[in-house]
Design a protein around this ligand. Sequence first.
Ligand SMILES: C[S@@+](CC[C@H](N)C(=O)[O-])C[C@H]1O[C@@H](n2cnc3c(N)ncnc32)[C@H](O)[C@@H]1O
Length: 284
Amino acid sequence: MRKDKPSRTAYKIALNIITLGTKPGMDQVFPPGIVEATAKLLVPSGLVSATVVRWCRSQRMVSVYEAFDWMIPGQFEAFAHRKAFCERQVREGICKGATQVLVLGAGYDTMGWRLSPEFNGVDFFEIDHPATAHLKAKGVEAMGTRDNLHLIPVDLSERRLAEVLTANKSWDRAAQTVVLAEGLLMYLPDATVRDLLGQCAAMTGAGSRIAFTHIGTNANGRPDAGPWTSLILWALKVNGEPWLWSIRPEQLSKFLEKTGWRNAPDLLGTTNKHGVEFFSVAVK
Ligand SMILES: C[S@@+](CC[C@H](N)C(=O)[O-])C[C@H]1O[C@@H](n2cnc3c(N)ncnc32)[C@H](O)[C@@H]1O
């Protein structure tokens, strides 16, 4: 991604959530409160005006997204399933004893803000590139900060996660933790993904889990973005946030083993794919 600019993809995901929230039936998929919290966050962050939020909530915008769904079939609604999957993993992990939640590349996700009062014995940590994290922090400040929500602005291509967490007094590397990497790994080179997952394993306690989304690899060895892969990959590159990493689902278990995690498809509790994105869970 461009280092000096807030993430465009994080911004688009947030707008997508607001629009998708107005589509009938999606309230059955989305975690409760996410659409309202996302709208509430974006305005004081300075990302959009209240007028744009109102506009995003119109049926006309739903039609616009649906009209473009041919580019990546199913991707418009996939964001609701992705958010539901991640939140379910966090709730389940906490139910099974996790006392820390670490969200990598959090963007404008509101899970930590929404769940931190409900689980006040759990520490929520969010890491994002400073250009994005600072805007989000402005929004969170206006919405109300939480003592157990820690926003950490850091560029993970410049500083190691282990170093960042070790420097944070609230982080406990022995604690059972839920790590989320939602819509992040595809933007990182292969070596960085391996290293990042390895560091997550090293920095968390027994019984921890990691939930993440990823892109499959097509027959040509490229990330599989559906029927219009070449066009999509080109557009992502032009926007400065190219997809770099993908993996064939059948190769995932072996890949994870080398990073200190064990693939746990039995914990998915949902289908493992929406749009072009796979959902995965691994445990230590
Ligand atoms: C596609 S967005 C996903 C946002 C969020 N996880 C979601 O799904 O709503 C990817 C996020 O990763 C962050 N990111 C990308 N490269 C990063 C880096 N080197 N260090 C920290 N964050 C990074 C971006 O700033 C962006 O917020």
